[in-house]
Design a protein around this ligand. Structure first.
Ligand SMILES: [Zn+2]
Length: 107
């Protein structure tokens, strides 16, 4: 797997996990299946990440200035990240740490 593919996979994994935490806590789902609203958002994010033209230079889609996310989706994903970000530290410390490092150093 090349570096770019790895980055895409890493980003998707983090986003999937964050949406999962949010959906389970806020929408009271079982933690395995997402509600239709969150599933739809995740599908959207997957498409955006797969099509991202700036994968190499940017950090995360949530921290990117390209605005390839429609404003309402962007707002939702930011809300989810604000909620789930701090919780990720407990759920999966390594992934959360990687997310932070990616944001800070764009590795
Ligand atoms: Zn949900």
């Amino acid at each position: 797997m090349d570096k770019l593919q790895h980055k895409r996979a890493q980003e998707l994994k983090t986003v999937t996990e964050m949406i999962g935490i949010y959906c389970r806590d806020i929408h009271k789902t079982d933690g395995i299946n997402l509600c239709s609203e969150c599933q739809e958002l995740l599908d959207y994010v997957e498409k955006r990440v797969a099509a991202c033209p700036r994968m190499e230079e940017k950090t995360f889609c949530s921290a990117c200035n390209t605005h390839c996310f429609a404003p309402n989706r962007r707002e939702r994903i930011r809300m989810i990240m604000r909620y789930s970000g701090p919780k990720m530290i407990f759920h999966s410390p390594i992934l959360a740490l990687k997310h932070k490092l990616t944001e800070w150093f764009a590795i």
